[in-house]
Design a protein around this ligand. Sequence first.
Ligand SMILES: [Fe+2]
Length: 518
Amino acid sequence: MRLDRRKFLGLAGVTGMGAAIAGFSAAPAWATPKFTGNPFTLGVASGDPLPNGVVLWTRLAPEPLAADGRGGMPDRVIPVHWEVAEDERFGRVVARGVERAAPELGHSVHAEVGRLRPGREYFYRFRAGREISPVGRTRTAPEAWAGNDGLRFAFASCQNLPAGFYTAYRHMVQEDLDLVVFLGDYIYEGDAQGTIGRGHLPNAEVFSLADYRVRHANYRSDADLQAAHAAFPWLMTWDDHEVENNYADEISEDPAQTPEAFLRRRAAAYQAYYEHLPLRRAAFPQGPDMRLYRRVRYGRLAEFSVLDGRQYRSDQCDATTQPCDPADPSRTMLGEEQERWLLDGLARSRSTWNVIAQQTVIAQNDTDPGPGKQLSTDNWNGYQAARQRLFDGVLERGVDNFVVITGDAHRSMVADLKQNFDDPSSRTVGAEFLGTSISSGGDGADLDATCRNWLAANPHVKFANARRGYVRCSLSPDEFRTDYRVVQYVTTKDSPIKTQASFVVENGRPGAQVDSIQ
Ligand SMILES: [Fe+2]
């Protein structure tokens, strides 16, 4: 049974500071810190669902934008109590516990809750001292052998804060979803201030841990983003801007940053990312390294392979500064270990839908409408041998129903994935659904020059659009349906939303079929 969303959202709005603390046990005196203000300014979140649990997140920050990155918190550990209930009034609490919010992790809290029931909706909240957090809602994954229940999720990416309002999230929270998948560019690292009255903080490109913390808090102060985290569990991966534009492994795009200096920056950025998102301890950063790629299953219906296409990639080819051959087989997008993990997992999968949740466009997307070819070097078109290894691996292993969901391009696109993109009669390996941005790039347009070129130069591309929004996916054993939900503008508030196009992948028939395009 699903909850009435408006009712839940209404209650969440009033369950902040000063709400009744009934339901929590009385804390010992040592655990009654006093805050300079509401410590739950950044909201709550949950993520990485399992059949028996989720990870719950919050961060104590009464002054979230404090320039020292400490969020207005004292330099000591604060116990934070959490509880999970079957009802939003916490009458039927089924799990509770306490986590240590430590200054060295920005007083962030990651509570891994287990022993919940599969495929169920739950409510959660935190308490620190006398302060109670807003209420979040989450949902566990179905049990491992479950096969027939549908799955509904939305995916999104690229939420440049000064570029536009997060109206898409305001609409997303009204949807009936089990999960949100975020595909990268959760923050941007630059100094842009934009023109809509919410510029980047700090007002400079970020490099240090303190500055990355303030930047995350800057983004997370958005009420619509907080509401979307509070409404659904999220499954996260990153792209480049969580650290720096177009970085590749230890290589900065700026030649003035040595690999040593850049890895220090990467360590700060990864730590702030971990501190602000509902990630499991398996993703705990170790200096400049963080294991983000992982697999999440929804019964027998769907399996998400969540990729990290940034941390291990070979450097981008660049005609002047870094000449190289995109088809060089020694070039890697995922790194050897992740590539093997991906293909081994796909070979073992018993899921109907094998979904690859990842950063950058994987279909060939030539932007030269003439006989020549103009290909991006920052996406899989700059890693053609690695792409071919993946596609050939999928075909050789007989992987069923291969679907790739992608961010980064600030445009929507639907494409068939071909064993040989230059031969339309070659085998179709799967389908790619590229989602547009939440706000990056500003208002956008139905068709810009790049969209027109994609459609003109690539016979496997079936749809392109440059408005903002998200993609809603509805999975059953028979079909994988996508609805491209787009807003008309983001530089002013309150745009309505509509479904611009819908596609279906049928079980056993690789590639995307058009259902409707407006
Ligand atoms: Fe982006």
